[in-house]
Write a protein that binds this ligand. Structure first.
Ligand code: HEM
Ligand SMILES: *[C@@H]1O[C@H](CO)[C@@H](O)[C@H](O)[C@H]1NC(C)=O
Ligand SMILES: *[C@@H]1O[C@H](CO)[C@@H](O)[C@H](O)[C@H]1NC(C)=O
Length: 332
């Protein structure tokens, strides 16, 4: 039965991808070469997805923000030399990891959740499920548990033996980016401006520190970001952030813990939290602003595009060989 399903999934996969050149080298029953596909774990660790889902469920029950934090981990992993769990490696006296890179330091969270899920996976099926795949599945489960869409996660990624702090600083866009910079950072990795707009919708859940948007709060006319204007929104954020730059604000002020299309609705009423969020509707952003409007009107369209873009982001591959780490924090 499993084999039949496996075959069916592969056929559907192949049909779906038949006219997309980027998939031409992905094999269905391969995987030895590090290629990704749907279902290796159905035979090698059939409990894997259930173990992972239960772990995410428990973590989110204990801390509702954790869904957002786990979704973001996969993004910060994939944008640095591919989805290879490089983001999970700890710094040591002889090893420079990515956790101390600017976009990650004092900001990324959820590492303990990954540790605990990985420990259970190692008990059930030792050295089988890669940390990079755990991140990809956990990201999907976090979206589902927040009320968003589900999709099949391609698996078969390997974990890197190295990290790249420099690339973490360069590749991950800053919250002060303008729209051209955002598009450029995605295009550098082979992702489109549409992927950029759809994936930015992840900011429908989670929080940001005041330091991530404090440059917007001076309210100066003609400053780099006049889009805040003289509004209640600006005043409430100024008040919130008055005592500390570590205070947290909801990225989606209206439905902060629900994965929906409200992020785009907010942008249209100029209620985006980060300068990089609001930049999507800035003057001259053309196609990007049109997509924001389309997603604000049509939640199903957003969900469809978001799923497809998550799969594309999840295919960003590392170069060279990898391993299945026993502990996600250290190479074997
Ligand atoms: C388009 C460019 C992007 C920029 C400039 C950006 C920037 C940021 C910043 C500055 C924060 C707040 C960090 C802090 O203050 O500690 C944040 C949070 C977050 N980002 Fe992004 N991000 C981008 C794209 C994405 C993508 C593609 C995803 C996932 C698909 C994502 C998921 C999230 C989530 C879920 C949070 C909340 C995390 C939490 O509450 O722990 N972001 N982002
Ligand atoms: C597929 O593999 C061939 C040979 O290894 C390579 O030349 C080609 O660039 C690859 N195509 C893609 C889309 O990765
Ligand atoms: C937050 O950081 C900004 C920029 O560095 C600074 O101007 C502001 O005074 C800080 N706010 C607080 C409350 O420390």
């Amino acid at each position: 039965m499993t084999l039949v399903l496996t075959l069916l999934a592969c056929v559907i996969h192949a049909l779906n991808l038949a006219n997309k050149s980027d998939a031409s080298n992905k094999t269905c029953f391969g995987g030895i070469d590090g290629s990704i596909r749907f279902d290796i774990y159905q035979t090698t660790c059939p409990q894997a997805e259930d173990i992972i889902f239960a772990g995410v469920e428990e973590a989110v029950a204990n801390d509702p923000r954790m869904a957002a934090s786990l979704l973001r981990l996969h993004f910060h992993d994939c944008f640095v030399d591919g989805c290879d769990a490089s983001v999970l490696l700890d710094d040591t006296p002889n090893f420079v990891g990515e956790k101390t890179a600017g976009p990650n330091l004092n900001s990324l969270r959820g590492f303990e959740v990954i540790d605990s899920i990985k420990a259970e996976l190692e008990l059930a099926c030792p050295e089988t499920v890669s940390c990079a795949d755990v991140l990809a599945i956990v990201a999907r489960d976090s979206v589902v548990l927040s009320g968003g869409p589900t999709w099949q996660v391609e698996v078969g990624r390997k974990d890197s033996r190295s990290a790249n702090r420099q690339a973490a600083n360069t590749n991950i866009p800053a919250p002060t980016s303008d729209v051209a910079t955002l598009i450029g950072k995605f295009q550098n990795l082979g992702l489109s401006s549409k992927d950029m707009v759809a994936l930015s919708g992840a900011h429908t859940i989670g929080k940001a520190r005041c330091s991530s948007f404090s440059s917007r709060l001076n309210g100066l006319v003609g400053s780099s970001d006049a889009s805040m204007g003289d509004r209640d929104f600006l005043q409430s954020l100024q008040q919130l952030c008055a005592s500390s730059n570590n205070t947290l604000a909801d990225l989606d002020l209206s439905t902060p813990a629900t994965f929906d299309n409200q992020y785009y609705v907010n942008l249209i009423s100029a209620d985006g939290l980060l300068q990089s969020d609001q930049a999507l509707t800035s003057a001259g952003s053309g196609d990007v602003a049109a997509l924001v409007e389309a997603y604000a009107i049509d939640p199903e369209l957003f969900f469809e595009d978001f799923k497809a873009s998550m799969v594309r982001m999840g295919r960003l591959a590392m170069s060279g060989g990898g391993e299945v780490r026993r502990s996600c924090r250290v190479v074997n």
